[in-house]
Design a protein around this ligand. Sequence first.
Ligand SMILES: C[C@H](OP(=O)(O)O)C(=O)O
Ligand SMILES: [Mg+2]
Length: 299
Amino acid sequence: MSVRLTSAQDYASLLDRYDTWMFDCDGVLWHGDRLIDGVVEVLGMLRRKNKKILFVTNNATKSRKSYKGKFDQLGVEAHVDEIYGSAYAAAVYLSTVIKLPKEKKVYVIGQAGLEEELHEEGIAFLGGTDPADCTLAPFSLSDFTLDPDVAAVVCGLDTQINYTKLSKAFQYLTRNPECLFIATNEDSTYPSADGLLPGAGSISAPLRFALGKDPVCTGKPSRTMLDCINAKVHYNPERTIMVGDRLNTDILFGQGGGLATLLVLTGITSESDITGPNASPIVPDYVTNSLADICAVTE
Ligand SMILES: C[C@H](OP(=O)(O)O)C(=O)O
Ligand SMILES: [Mg+2]
């Protein structure tokens, strides 16, 4: 059963109890480029209380560095080494877990952030934002030459998804049985500033259906994302809380890492998802309406 936080005392005891605060981004800090009210104040208070702050996002459209630019633009203090995105997790997974040989390449369905993280890890790639693949022209196999060095397909949110990209990825994944199928994240939807949109999981879904197999997911709730954090940051899981808006990514991620979990209702999850006859079996430790509620605590 979740504890529903309501009073200043509730929030004060949460602040006393946890030293490290991991924040999901979309739906918790912002919707698209629109900051959620109270976020700057709460993060400022946590920093004044010397809490360790990490940002853990499944959004693979930006690299850690370009996320730092977004934080700066929105006036939110953040440092690159506090930011962990699913593009970074996918690139690190390929470089340090798979140990992709230097001569091998990745076919990308995704945007600049994913390409930047692959580049940072020294991984060659094709597809992605290449104009030749960002086309609505008919795809013809007779015009396609398979690159024999492609050893993995990585699929993230791609707002320029098209039949050419899906067809090329499908060729790499069917003609080479060794080719890895990796998804940065499988969020079904994405909470933009103006409402819900299809998420990365809805971009890889056509490939899952056509191939009849699921990708390895490197974003939340997978352990890979936590392994990336654990490799860089020292924290005590027992005094760490994961704050998220999506039950099957953020809350499962926190639970998988032995962290406490706080669900906020400013993003994907609504009251009816956690109460009543159809309540989800994924039960966060704490629930509150918005991150801003923590402002109730007087310093
Ligand atoms: C992709 C995005 O990621 P988040 O920042 O919420 O993990 C989402 O909500 O779908
Ligand atoms: Mg979210």
